[in-house]
Design a protein around this ligand. Structure first.
Ligand SMILES: Nc1ncnc2c1ncn2[C@@H]1O[C@H](COP(=O)(O)OP(=O)(O)OP(=O)(O)O)[C@@H](O)[C@H]1O
Ligand SMILES: [Mg+2]
Length: 304
């Protein structure tokens, strides 16, 4: 087991550094490396969360295997030996990246986030409360917070390079990517959501909402890219604790959120960078919850 890493920093050309992932160029493909960084309220915290990068990557792989029959994805391999075969110098840093990395086909990403909501919460609940709509479309009156939306709703968002993504209407998505592509992305996203919702339900987990990204591959084909169906891109709730009518606990980042809320309430933090220091027990609890999320969703042996 490697130590938790805030930065993985491999000796490869860095294509992009996101809030959580480092993306490298590797022989015409991309190596996506999930660090152990955690962002909450759009601020990246200083303390790495042990095992988090591996949980995100292993969960994505688990889901890619269970959805590739309905939507083609960018995964080439996550096998460390095969990755080293492509680029032998990576053998020297294997401890740092193995388990948290996937080799993927490079695409031109579409500039929208494909969000699917099966339950009304977060920014969707805010929009509904204010205007009775979701993604600009009217919803029935009288919904309560966290209520199920059946059928689930495609609610795209722009990809903001800084700060919050902005929810947009389907019409605006059509203007951005073209009507035919928008329809395809909506269909693919809804199919993926339905499949994942049913699989998660078997483990007593509700997939409340999730975000997919798609890109165009070198042959012009549409591919599902990025991470999928992880706690960072989705809201998962426990069936046992589900209670419509108020916001639900997020079973991964909740200890961090609670701690930060407490600091804000005490006037010790204003939600702006630099982030406060997390106490070791908050880091530890959060790490346990990511590991638990993996076990609950996959039903597989613990990752630790
Ligand atoms: N196959 C792919 N081709 C091209 N870009 C990809 C592919 N898969 C993932 N990406 C991009 O790699 C980046 C992954 O890094 P990360 O998720 O940390 O960054 P981010 O999305 O900018 O930030 P955040 O998710 O924290 O808001 C994203 O920008 C994503 O769009
Ligand atoms: Mg991302």
């Amino acid at each position: 087991m490697t130590e938790p890493l805030r930065n993985v920093e491999l000796d490869l050309p860095l294509v992009k550094e996101g809030k959580v992932r480092e993306v490298y160029a590797l022989g015409g493909d991309l190596l996506l490396v999930a660090t152990d960084r955690l962002s909450a309220f759009d601020v990246v915290l200083d303390e790495p969360i042990p095992h988090k990068g591996r949980v995100l990557t292993q969960l994505s792989l688990w889901w890619f295997a269970r959805t590739s029959d309905i939507v083609a994805n960018h995964l080439v391999t996550a096998n460390a030996d095969e990755i080293i075969e492509r680029h032998p110098p990576l053998a020297g840093s294997r401890d740092r990246w193995e388990g948290r990395s996937m080799l993927c086909r490079e695409t031109e990403p579409f500039p929208i986030e494909c969000v699917v909501r099966g339950y009304i919460t977060g920014s969707a609940w805010k929009e509904y409360r204010e205007s009775g709509t979701l993604a600009g479309e009217p919803l029935p009156a009288g919904l309560v917070e966290a209520q199920r939306l059946d059928p689930p709703i495609f609610s795209p968002a722009t990809k903001a390079s800084e700060g919050h993504d902005e929810n947009i209407t389907f019409e605006r998505a059509c203007v951005t990517v073209g009507m035919a592509v928008a329809n395809t992305l909506r269909e693919m996203s809804l199919n993926l959501y339905r499949r994942a919702h049913d699989i998660a339900a078997e483990g007593g987990v509700i997939l409340a909402d999730t975000k997919f990204e798609f890109g165009v591959g070198k042959e012009g084909e549409i591919l599902l890219i990025d991470e999928i169906l992880t706690p960072d891109s989705s809201r998962f709730w426990l069936v046992d604790q589900y209670e419509p009518g108020h916001s639900q606990q997020s079973f991964d980042k909740q200890p961090v959120r609670d701690y930060l809320d407490l600091l804000v309430a005490k006037g010790e933090w204003n939600r702006m960078p630099p982030p406060p220091t997390l106490p070791p027990e908050v880091v530890e609890n959060t790490s346990k919850r990511y590991l638990r999320a993996y076990e609950l969703i996959t039903g597989e042996a613990p990752l630790e």
